[in-house]
Design a protein around this ligand. Structure first.
Ligand code: GDP
Ligand code: MG
Length: 440
């Protein structure tokens, strides 16, 4: 999807104003791109019709830059379909809040239970997990592992009590939570490999028994065209109040999100982005839209950067970058400020084309900042001002002084040069070019 759209926008950029023919051509490309991304046909049709209408209206004729305007329209329509604004988790007026998870086997429910619990704990809640997946022998155990990673209590049926009844377990768990004053109960349920009447009935019964405040339908973002049928089956069989899109760390860039949101009318509330319990975040339609377009999550980047930098700082840095005076000191200062805005790794991940920088990203963690600090602080002021001074013997001295290896020092300098180059491009009003991708 992304490549195609990028191509389309690139083509547009070379033209002056948009004609009706241009719009039609563009819309055709967008339709094809969305279909290739496994967005359902009905959704694609409705979407492109809207974009076409708007593009042919007077909005485009007032163009600053036709391509920007089409991007804007496509983006706005995508955001609209994805639910507009972020929808927050709903809590019960009278605790405990009951959150039930539903979805196919392997969708990521059990993992999500742990992620959600950890996230809630950070937010001052006292969640408890409930093992109501008694289908697979190992399911209870898996939830217990996840629960201990999140540091929360797991309510599970006593072993040896015969085959458990998940409805019963869920009911007992809510009573237990009331007594023990857990304020949130997260009910993990069984899934099957495919849509299955018996499974639906079980989930529906659990829902009836515990009357959850939220029923979250968990769906694998990689599921493709099956997303629509699966989501509809769960909506009819169990119904849900919100969607969690899992495995967004994979190659799928949002086709499923678009289909599910549009077909069910239910908001996507969270995104799951990896196997670790921290790979989890509230879902933001605007950010997803720009991710689908592969323009990078610029909105988030800009938002976070604004939190971290006060305006003066930012202007100074921009001037320095534009005039090639960006130094290692500035680099360090920037890293330190960015740290306040959240994980640097995530921020870099939002840059356009970052999908291709995965390997680099994985090396870019918080520890990196600490190492960077150590290395840069071992440099002389002159070296920090002009990294070109850093010859072999200086690098060796810095490595020794900071307790790092020369390779560490070399890598840092390479990264600095790369960052400086990228920022220079941005500061001059250009679009950063990722190797092998061309301008975005
Ligand atoms: P369940 O059957 O719905 O309970 O799914 P699980 O929580 O057991 O997850 C199935 C597999 O997907 C496990 O191997 C998880 O580690 C993995 N998984 C879950 N969520 C994510 C995610 O967001 N990204 C990735 N890459 N893997 C995930
Ligand atoms: Mg499970």
């Amino acid at each position: 999807l992304s490549d195609r759209l990028a191509d389309t926008f690139r083509n547009l950029r070379t033209k002056g104003k948009l004609s009706a023919a241009d719009v039609d051509g563009t819309v055709r490309e967008i339709r094809r791109a969305l279909l290739e991304a496994d967005v359902s046909l009905d959704v694609v049709k409705a979407f492109t019709a809207k974009v076409r209408d708007r593009a042919l209206g007077n909005e485009v004729s007032k163009a600053l830059n036709p391509a920007q305007q089409v991007v804007q329209i496509v983006n706005e329509e995508l955001v609209g379909i994805l639910g507009g604004q972020h929808r927050r988790l709903q809590f019960a007026k009278k605790p405990p809040t009951v959150i039930m998870l539903a979805g196919l086997q392997g969708a990521g429910k059990t993992t999500l239970a742990g992620k959600l619990a950890k996230w809630l704990v950070k937010d001052g809640h006292t969640p408890m997990l409930v093992a109501a997946d008694l289908q697979r022998p190992n399911a209870v155990n898996q939830l217990q592992v996840v629960g201990s990673q999140a540091g929360v209590h797991v309510f599970a049926p006593e072993p040896g009590n015969g085959v458990g009844d998940p409805v019963r377990v869920a009911k007992d768990a809510v009573k237990y939570a009331e007594r023990q004053q857990y304020d949130t109960v997260i009910v993990d349920t069984a899934g099957r490999l495919g849509v299955d009447a018996e499974l639906m009935k079980q989930a529906a019964n659990i829902r009836k028994a515990v009357d959850p405040d939220e029923v979250l339908f968990v769906i694998d973002a990689m599921i493709g065209q099956d997303a629509v049928a699966t989501a509809k089956a769960f909506q009819d069989g169990v119904d849900f109040t919100g969607v969690v899109l899992s495995k967004l760390d994979g190659d799928a860039r949002g086709g499923a999100a678009l289909s599910v949101a549009s077909v069910t009318g239910r908001p996507i509330i969270f995104a799951s982005t990896g196997e670790s319990l921290d790979d989890f975040e509230p879902f933001h339609p605007d950010r997803m839209a720009s991710r689908i377009l592969d323009l990078g999550d610029m909105l988030t980047l800009i938002e976070q950067a604004q939190e971290a930098f006060d305006e003066d700082e930012a202007r100074k840095v921009a001037e320095k970058i534009a005039s090639d005076q960006f130094t290692l000191d500035d680099f360090l200062g920037q890293m330190q400020q960015l740290r306040g805005a959240g994980s640097l790794k995530k921020m870099i991940g939002m840059l356009p084309g970052a999908g291709q920088m995965k390997q680099q990203l994985d090396q870019f963690d918080e520890k990196e900042i600490v190492r960077t600090e150590a290395i840069i602080q071992s440099m002389t002021p002159a070296e920090r001002k002009n990294h070109k001074l850093l010859n072999g013997s200086r690098r060796l001295r810095i490595a020794r002084g900071s307790g790092m290896t020369v390779t560490d020092v070399n890598q840092l300098i390479a990264r600095f040069e790369q960052a400086a180059k990228m920022m220079r491009t941005v500061a001059r009003g250009g679009v950063p070019q990722i190797p092998g991708m061309g301008p975005i």
